[in-house]
Design a protein. Structure first.
Length: 256
């Protein structure tokens, strides 16, 4: 798949990499404006102002001029930040590691989840369009490749932290503390209480994004109840198929 612009054509992988680099370096001048209209922009403490800026008209200013002006505001906010944190899904580890020499002090937290749990979620939201087996093969292929990339990246070993979904759900405050320490940041008690409340306690009243229908919605269950929920939503046959396809990934991350 390719994107076309006045400067030529670019592969989707190239666009993906450049967008990620732009967010990590606050350089928003050479990426597609589409990346800055994502719904998640609404939930950032600073990024939500960019969304407001794009919507708000300034005289006869056209949309392109407005977006360019707003991107400069976003860049200023980004450059004034002590930490730039980007959450990205399904980004290949090789792509991330290729930025290590281009982004100063880049650190990577790789979230891993039991493939049975992940594929259970994908099946529930009709995310496996071609059926279970192709979906499982593709998902576990990438997870395995990401694991291999981490093992080979000896020079960057201190810059990569792997955490599991299950550990976060089980001991969220402890794992959060480890992640903060990894990023050389202080983990305030107020943050620890917030993390506990939206996970184990099931109180997400102060988490806007948590309550969205495409996240947890009105679910008030403890995160502890989500760890093995896949055991109750999939048949033994489906579980067996996933375990057969994803056995190398399960062994790599010690899932039994």
């Amino acid at each position: 798949m390719f994107y076309f612009s006045s400067n030529g054509s670019y592969s989707l992988q190239h666009v993906h990499r450049e967008a990620l680099k732009a967010w990590l370096t606050c350089d928003f001048d050479h990426t597609y404006s589409l990346f800055y209209t994502d719904i998640f922009m609404e939930y950032g403490k600073d990024t939500h102002r960019y969304k407001d800026c794009v919507v708000k008209k300034n005289g006869n200013e056209n949309i392109n001029s407005r977006m360019q002006r707003c991107k400069q505001d976003l860049k200023a906010a980004c450059l004034n930040s002590k930490v730039i944190l980007v959450k990205t899904i399904r980004t290949p580890m090789k792509m991330v590691l290729s930025l290590m020499n281009e982004v100063t002090d880049l650190k990577v937290i790789n979230l891993v989840r039991d493939p049975r749990s992940t594929l259970s979620s994908k099946l529930m939201i009709s995310g496996c369009h071609d059926g279970l087996k192709p979906c499982a093969h593709e998902y576990c292929r990438q997870v395995e490749e990401d694991g291999q990339a981490k093992e080979q990246a000896v020079a960057y070993r201190d810059n990569i932290l792997t955490v599991t979904y299950e550990d976060i759900a089980r001991t969220p405050v402890k794992v959060s503390s480890v992640m903060y320490q990894f990023m050389n940041m202080t983990f305030p008690q107020s943050n620890a209480e917030y993390v506990f409340n939206i996970t184990v306690a099931g109180d997400r009243s102060n988490c806007d994004v948590c309550r969205q229908y495409w996240q947890l919605g009105n679910d008030t269950e403890s995160s502890l109840n989500h760890i093995d929920s896949w055991k109750h939503t999939m048949s033994k046959n489906i579980i067996s198929v996933i375990e057969d396809i994803c056995h190398r990934v399960m062994k790599m991350y010690h899932y039994s």
